[in-house]
Design a protein around this ligand. Structure first.
Ligand SMILES: C[S@@+](CC[C@H](N)C(=O)[O-])C[C@H]1O[C@@H](n2cnc3c(N)ncnc32)[C@H](O)[C@@H]1O
Length: 200
């Protein structure tokens, strides 16, 4: 079905060039890019489904890339003004600003989340949604980053993360970081799953 806001002619072109953009980013910086192609709409929708558009506060997106998860959040009903994106790659940032007016796109390091956001969040966040390639970082650094995210959120807010791996990319810490995993999303290359972490 044709999306009313995106004419057929313009909905095809970006999809092809996004794959080229992504591959270029992966060739230039494979460890930071973490994938050879953008996430599928199905995976992005699965991730967005764990955040409630009726909840209070902004949403922080880490590693938005070319924006499939951002798109899924907007389609789920989040107003653009509620979305705060942290992306390392400046070319992706330029693309995201053009593609999603009203969304705040910050070029910088998600592992220094609080510093990178630089006080721009209007209130505590409703949750964090991340596509960061976590396995390239030591476990201690992943735990520190997830805890930094929880500190910026309402108590009990979710940290949503996709992974291609069988094991959790954020090892659970009973009483401190708890999590549940989704069924496998087969309509993605490679198939992936979504972890939702909470601080109890
Ligand atoms: C696996 S891609 C996912 C992109 C997109 N969300 C998707 O699902 O197609 C990871 C993205 O995270 C970005 N990234 C990696 N490390 C980062 C960091 N420390 N801070 C901010 N962005 C980072 C990369 O530039 C890339 O765009």
């Amino acid at each position: 079905m044709l999306n009313a806001q995106e004419p057929r002619s313009s909905s095809k072109k970006p999809r092809i060039s996004d794959h080229v953009r992504f591959l270029h980013s992966w060739i230039t910086n494979p460890l930071k890019t973490g994938a050879v192609s953008p996430s599928s709409p199905g995976l992005a929708r699965m991730m967005a489904s764990y955040l409630d558009p009726h909840s209070e506060g902004p949403v922080i997106e880490l590693g938005p890339g070319t924006g499939p998860v951002t798109k899924a959040l907007l389609e789920r009903g989040f107003a653009p003004e509620r979305l705060f994106l942290i992306e390392y790659n400046p070319e992706f940032c330029t693309l995201l600003r053009q593609r999603y007016p009203g969304v705040t796109v910050i070029q910088g390091d998600a592992y220094a989340m609080d510093k990178t956001l630089n006080g721009c969040l209007p209130s505590r966040a409703a949750g964090v949604i991340s596509s960061l390639p976590l396995f390239t970082m030591p476990v201690e650094e992943r735990h520190r980053m997830v805890n930094e995210a929880f500190d910026l959120c309402h108590p009990g807010a979710p940290f949503v993360q996709f992974t291609y791996a069988v094991v959790t990319p954020v090892p659970l810490v009973p009483g401190k970081i708890e999590g549940k995993v989704s069924p496998r999303v087969w309509m993605n290359v490679p198939p992936a799953r979504v972890w939702v972490y909470h601080r109890p």
